[in-house]
Each structure stands twice: as C-alpha cells, then as structure tokens.
Ligand binder design. Structure first.
Ligand SMILES: *Cc1c(COP(=O)(O)O)cnc(C)c1O
Length: 224
C-alpha cells in the first residue's frame, strides 16, 4: 500500500472510531493509542506524519528501542504489556505516559518502592480480567474496587487514572459486550478515574458503545 492508499485506509478507521463515539454521546471523546508492537519505526513515522501521537508497546525492551530511536518526535508512549518485577526499573526509566497493565497490589507495591527510590511517579490503569479467563492477566472483577482503593492508599507514587481490560476472547458478541460492561461498571465506581481503556482492532466499536474512552488499536492502525 502506498502513502496515498494508506491515508485513505486510515481515514476509514478513524471514521469508524468517530461514528462509534458519536453514537454514545457527542461529548464522548475517544483517544486512539496505536499499538506498534507488530510495526517498525518507519511505520510509526508514517502514522505520526498523518497526526497520530500516542503509541503503545507490550514489551519493555521494544518500548525502549523504539522510543529511543524516535526520541526526536513528540510522541506519547504507553506500555500495555504485563510487567515483571525485574523490569520495573527499566520501565520507570523510560517514563511512559501511561502503564495499562497494573494487575495486582503486590506488583503495585514493588513499583511503589522503585518509584520512591527514583523519586518518580507512574501513571497507571488497573487491569481487570473481566471475563475471568485463565489466559489473561488482571484482577477479578469482584476484587477490582478493593484493589483499586488499596493501591490508592498504599502506593502514593502510582497515579491511578482508571481501568483497562481486554474483551472476552469469544465469537459470541453478547459475551464480549458483557465483559466490557463489567469493566465499565467498575470504572464508574473508581474514585477520580478518567480513563476506561478497552477495545482492540476486532472489537473497538462495541467497546466504545460500552463506554470506553481509550482504544488500543494495533493491527488495524498499521494495516497488518
Ligand atoms: C497487541 C495488543 C493490542 C492491540 O491488538 P490488535 O488486535 O492488533 O488491535 C491491544 N492491547 C494489548 C494489551 C495488546 O497486547
């Protein structure tokens, strides 16, 4: 696909996000985070050139490599992967704008310690395993509010901004919808939460319909 064709292609993706959010409410703004994990820096630059600023990676080493290589561009980097304890310092050093995958009080307390040592803070979302799938990370929906409040209380260097969830892995749209609704219900109860991150290439319209205000689009943004 050449540059002109890509522009036309991406217009259509943006139009789909736009019409989904207009259906919810004219004042409901949805932010697109382009997940660049399958893409190289040239592809990120192509998307930057047509206005995209927020990008996300799911491996700390990839985030480091790509953000370093693109450090001259005013990009906003998100980390959407699972964070292992031995990678916390590496992540903090990269100063990501938002970590989407905070998934336990235990890891939050480790992050808190490292943040104190470095005298820094980390913006984060609590990941919720809303469909209770074995294969997924995240806190169980029934525990989410309690964990959210505990982190707020015990981890002052973690700035919780809301919640994140991956839609149920199913062809049954009703099940996927239910998983998004579960997350959105929790979001509404979290004090001072402003970000509800849900929706990927295959289910973002449904996620927006259920109240998402941040979609993480990988393959569809890069036409993979
Ligand atoms: C890869 C990934 C995405 C994007 O997936 P696509 O289906 O390609 O849009 C979103 N969120 C997380 C956490 C991911 O790991």
């Amino acid at each position: 696909m050449n540059e002109v064709e890509y522009k036309i292609y991406i217009d259509d993706v943006i139009r789909r996000v736009e019409s989904a959010r207009i259906k919810v409410n004219a004042h409901h703004i949805v932010k697109i985070v382009a997940i660049s994990k399958y893409s190289d820096v040239q592809e990120i630059k192509n998307l930057y050139n047509i206005g995209q600023r927020a990008f996300g990676e799911n491996k700390v080493q990839d985030l480091k490599a790509k953000s370093n290589e693109l450090e001259d561009l005013p990009l906003e980097w998100h980390f959407v992967g699972n964070l292992q304890k031995n990678k916390i310092n590496n992540l903090l050093d990269l100063k990501p704008s938002l970590f989407h995958g905070l998934d336990s009080l235990d890891i939050a307390q480790e992050i808190q310690k490292k943040c104190e040592a470095k005298n820094t803070t980390l913006n984060a979302l609590l990941q919720i395993n809303s469909a209770k799938e074995e294969s997924k990370h995240g806190v169980m929906p029934e525990d989410a509010l309690e964990v959210y409040e505990q982190i707020q209380k015990k981890c002052p260097n973690i700035k919780l901004k809301g919640v994140m969830s991956i839609g149920a892995h199913s062809d049954d749209k009703a099940l996927v919808r239910k998983s998004f609704e579960t997350t959105h219900e929790i979001y509404k109860k979290c004090k001072d939460a402003t970000i509800c991150s849900m929706g990927m290439s295959g289910d973002f319209e449904l996620a927006i319909e259920c109240g998402s205000n941040m979609v993480r689009l990988g393959s569809i943004m890069f036409n993979k």
